[in-house]
Design a protein around this ligand. Structure first.
Ligand code: MG
Length: 319
């Protein structure tokens, strides 16, 4: 019989979590170039796993980010599965126009919580980026397309180090006021720990941004990714980004791990009795496909270990 304390804690977990797959964009953006046809194949396979939100492309300058070239071709090539939201990241109004022309289901716009990171990334101040986010949000809403505002470097900056949580919360509130339908927080540098997650959620609560209204985008750069998810689950967060196979790496630490791994996250959540709606076997097949597409071993634990199968040879591990 379960100790009562455990049952109480487990009863605080949400019944269902929505996973936002970011491999085809955030993942492949940080990998060597993958042909459009392979990107289309991967997105179509992902959309057949039960994932309902897929970050498919970004409409950025191909000169600035070569692996994202051909975004319109990718959007035209995929087989749109009903019920799946295909999302695109855009850097500016021009990008939003291209995304709307490609009939994406949702637009994402990023503002960094760190002034230095924002300037190095988009050569604009944070204030200017928030104004631009408001403009492109108006454009998207006129086309009945929702917008997610992403606050990057929300748990730390590669240039400034710690980013005050009150600053992260203030920028999130400005993006919400600028019309963002939802706000997401990115652990761009992989600095997040459960302590940082608790503190940010506390400060967000103080400005009226509730855990069940946000998304969290964790990296596993220092091995804390799923610990951060678990912490946030206990606080009532129900939306998390993850990347198939762990595609992507860390843009600030060559060779290091980036996004948390979709199949590792699904394995953990489903075993906790939290519904994801995602088929783990199909997901593992997608991770194999992603690994082949980039031609390197990906940092996925479940891809290496396989799903739990007590008849399988792979389970006879020494203690
Ligand atoms: Mg990422």
């Amino acid at each position: 019989m379960e100790p009562v304390g455990s049952l109480l804690r487990m009863s605080e977990w949400p019944a269902r979590v929505e996973i936002g797959e970011v491999g085809p964009r955030d993942g492949l953006q940080n990998e060597s170039m993958v042909p459009v046809a392979d990107r289309v194949r991967l997105i179509d396979a992902l959309s057949a796993t039960g994932l309902r939100r897929i970050e498919a492309v970004s409409f950025v300058s191909p000169a600035a980010i070569p692996p994202m070239a051909g975004a319109a071709d990718v959007m035209a090539g995929i087989a749109r599965r009903p019920g799946v939201t295909y999302r695109a990241l855009v850097p500016n109004v021009r990008g939003a126009e291209m995304a709307l022309a490609a009939a994406v289901d949702e637009i994402e716009v990023v503002v960094s919580a760190s002034e230095t990171h924002n300037r190095k990334n988009v050569n604009r101040s944070v204030e200017e980026s928030i104004v631009a986010a408001g403009e492109l949000t108006a454009l998207a809403h006129a086309a009945k397309t929702p917008v997610e505002g992403i606050v990057s470097t929300a748990f730390g900056c590669p240039y400034e180090g710690d980013v005050p949580e009150v600053r992260v919360a203030a920028i999130a509130a400005q993006m919400r006021d600028a019309g963002a339908d939802r706000v997401s927080f990115g652990d761009t540098t992989g600095m997040a720990t459960p302590r940082r997650v608790h503190t940010l959620l506390d400060v967000l609560g103080a400005v009226g941004i509730a855990p069940d209204s946000i998304s969290l985008h964790f990296h596993n750069t220092r091995g804390t990714g799923l610990a951060n998810v678990l912490t946030a689950l206990g606080r009532g967060v129900t939306r998390f980004d993850a990347s198939i196979g762990g595609l992507g790496g860390c843009p600030y630490a060559p060779g290091a791990t980036g996004n948390i791994v979709t199949e590792d996250l699904v394995y953990m959540l489903e075993d906790m009795g939290i519904e994801t709606g995602v088929d783990l076997d199909k997901l593992i097949a997608c991770a194999k496909m992603a690994q082949q597409a980039v031609g390197r071993d990906l940092p996925s634990h479940v891809l290496r270990a396989g799903p739990v199968n007590w008849q399988g040879e792979g389970q006879r591990c020494a203690p």
